[in-house]
Design a protein around this ligand. Structure first.
Ligand SMILES: Cc1cc2nc3c(=O)[nH]c(=O)nc-3n(C[C@H](O)[C@H](O)[C@H](O)COP(=O)(O)OP(=O)(O)OC[C@H]3O[C@@H](n4cnc5c(N)ncnc54)[C@H](O)[C@@H]3O)c2cc1C
Length: 263
């Protein structure tokens, strides 16, 4: 049905409908489909059903142990009521540029399992977020599972968020994962930024500036500068574009430093 919308936790869809910004003819409740809510650890990956709530992600010992960045981001979403209803699939498909989880999905190199009328398909996070509130999901498709690769040894990660008050959307959010090689140099670095572009963005130039080099205060600060140049924030009620760009520098630096401290 063309004029239909699926609903998960309703924490983004219902406010839009209440404001009459969106009036689908039919609302289809994914909560009626069994088996979409779970967290499992398999060989090298976390598998999370799309209907798993933010609260379930935030309070899962498996997620906390294997993926601190995701655990932290989920615990920073809204308030307890929002976390009890909102789902990982809902926030990924809603693709709000100021949401927390999409930036984490980029930094974790997550994959999304998608089901539709035709054969299912898998889309990597960096190809999923297309524009403001726009993803590569087709009209007849739903997201069923989020797959998160577990970081190799000598890795650390985090999600840090600057917000106006507890539970608000991000002014700037930074997800970081770092892996060091045996000599102590950056082997892999991934940075996902929230709130500073039309979608969550990967700061790839900043990542490349670190790879192969040994961590130092100067290098990490430089990565913050490069990430800030790659961001394209707009001025709004949460702050001016200039302020957000400055905060990208600070939060990228802090997120990399925190990730390093967790190795
Ligand atoms: C007061 C408040 C504070 C909030 N604070 C934050 C915050 O700090 N950080 C943050 O990131 N978010 C925040 N949110 C948003 C919250 O995270 C929502 O849970 C999330 O954006 C949407 O998840 P949902 O399950 O409620 O999705 P819904 O509202 O049910 O759906 C959102 C959209 O995604 C589509 N959709 C949902 N699930 C699927 C699926 N499996 N497949 C295909 N399409 C799907 C729906 O059709 C709809 O278009 C806040 C919301 C509120 C109300």
């Amino acid at each position: 049905m063309d004029d239909s919308k699926v609903i998960a936790g309703g924490q983004s869809l219902v406010p839009l409908m209440k404001l009459r910004l969106f009036s689908p003819a039919n609302v289809i409740d994914l909560g009626r489909i069994p088996g979409l809510s779970y967290i499992r650890k398999t060989k090298g990956r976390l598998l999370i059903g799309s209907m798993t709530t933010h609260n379930e992600v935030a309070s899962s010992p498996i997620v906390n142990k294997s993926c601190e960045a995701l655990s932290e981001a989920a615990s920073l979403i809204g308030d307890q009521q929002v976390r009890n209803r909102g789902t990982i699939g809902g926030t990924v498909c809603h693709a709000d540029p100021v949401a927390d989880i999409p930036a984490v999905m980029l930094a974790l190199d997550a994959e999304f399992e998608i089901a539709g009328r035709s054969k299912g398909r898998t889309v990597v996070a960096r190809h999923f977020f297309k524009d403001v509130f726009t993803t590569s999901l087709r009209k007849d498709e739903i997201l069923t599972e989020v797959r998160v690769p577990i970081l190799p040894p000598r890795s650390g990660g985090t999600y840090m968020k600057l917000e106006r008050g507890a539970g608000d959307m991000a002014i700037v959010g930074v997800a970081a994962t770092v892996t060091l090689d045996k000599a102590g140099a950056f082997k892999d670095v991934r940075l996902g930024l929230a709130g500073v572009g039309p979608t969550a963005i990967r700061a790839t130039k900043a990542e490349d500036a670190l790879k192969g080099k040994k961590p130092s205060e100067h290098l990490v600060a430089e990565a913050g500068e490069i990430a800030s140049e790659a961001s394209s924030p707009t001025s709004d009620i949460r702050g001016s574009a200039e302020y957000k760009r400055e905060m990208v520098k600070v939060y990228v630096r802090r997120a990399i430093t925190q990730s390093l401290s967790r190795i």
